[in-house]
Ligand binder design. Sequence first.
Ligand code: DQQ
Length: 528
Amino acid sequence: MTEQAHPLATIPQDELVARAEADSLRPRFHFVSPAGWLNDPNGVSQWNGIYHLFYQYNPEGAFHHRIQWGHATSTDLVTWTDQPIALEPSAGPDAEGCWSGVLVNDGGTPTLVYSGRFEGKELPCVAVGSPDLLSWTKVSENPVISAPPAGVDTTAYRDHCVWREGTKWRQLVGSGIRQRGGTAFLYESPDLRSWDYLGPLFIGDASHGDPADNDWTGTMWECVDLFRAGQGSLGSAPSDSSPDVLVFSAWDDGDTRHPLYWTGRYAGDTFEPTALHRLDYGGRFFYAPQSFQDESGRRVMFGWMQEGRSDAAMVEAGWSGVMSLPRTVTVADDGTLRFAPVPEIEKLRRDHASLPGQIVADASIPLDIGLSGTELDLELELQLAPGARLRLGVLGSTDRGAFDIPHEETTIELVRALQGDNNGTLRLDRTRSSLDPTVDVEDKSGPVPMPEGRVHLRVILDRSAIEIFANGIPLTARAYPTLGGGNISLSAEGTAEILSLEAWTMAEIFADTRCLFPPMPGSPTQVG
Ligand code: DQQ
């Protein structure tokens, strides 16, 4: 490293990987960086059959500084091979960081559009790749847009969504207009190098709602992602009633709030919104999502699962940040989105156990299904009576209930409304998740459609990473148990029928020791 070490770089780099790997809270089948810091997914794509996941990376330590683009590839979206760092800051417009961006196919040339950071501000930059996407060259025209739109008082300006429309490229840059709200500025280009500003695609209203609300749209939109949820490409005449979707991460003055999406219609140079929705009830724990359409036509999304422990604890642990499992995005009959982990993840299922169907009525049952653990995939089919409340406890410590012995458990709760057949609530209660008083235990919840009381519940646990899907509505979060328990329990108020419960232990995805600076395939491995 040529730069002076950052004051937070307290762990020698040759120890960082070992330190990170020794942490019992580090996930084993979610993608994590070799060590150090990871945040947003970038350039998510499939290129000639190979999946590419780039990510915001600081190999110097578990803090956000001088961000580079880490890179990993996969043939199945399950196991990942570390590839050499794709972009790193260099003298010029990205001297302070290569921030988030996307990958596009420019007539066969892999091309990255990203935010170069310099003098505390970000501007759009471009880099072109070798055919194997392993070597990247920044173009001489950088920054390809020299400033935010003239005369507009912006709160921030960064992150990109780029697509081909007819003979031109189009680009959105995330931003916010002071005293108004978040926005995405629309540009057009013949060559990805020279861009004409067309105007704001759509402007949010930051004065609408309470800033404390979990659907407040913020003062800036990070990581905007516009796509057509149905058939056809952006800008073409829609062939069905599926909406266009504008995903963004609501930001406010340095605070990463939560991912939201607008459904609506993109046409001409504007987006006509129909409705605003929360994208994941975990809020900041599924931040900066980015999606792509894979070669089979599926829309696949990744998000950054932020940490819920202190900055100092992250630095000490030697690693920070988890990439969500890739999840498919589909449209429900009501025009809102549904999510599910890609089915490929099921390859990791190992030991299997199941619970015969049974009714839990006003009872608590310790679940002796012959399986427990901290790396699990659980799938339940449930039938809740009106007003019933079902609690699924996971990551439970073994001495549950014993007098005076500290107990930990993370609780997933489903409640069916008393009236009306179709509504309910999903909630994650982390108040007893950890004996560590410093970790985030904020309540997470939101409404879930429950037609006639039926719920398909999927819970994926990977040590500190938790992904929950209730009838396709996601709630992603982190928990930091100190006792290492993997017990499962069930309890109910009212009547809940467990139609089926299946559980699997999950295999790990990284067998070999990882390298902070992965070498080019075929070249000798570097230390660290
Ligand atoms: N993270 C990136 C930015 C983006 C933010 C910097 C979202 O480009 O706005 O690492 O988490």
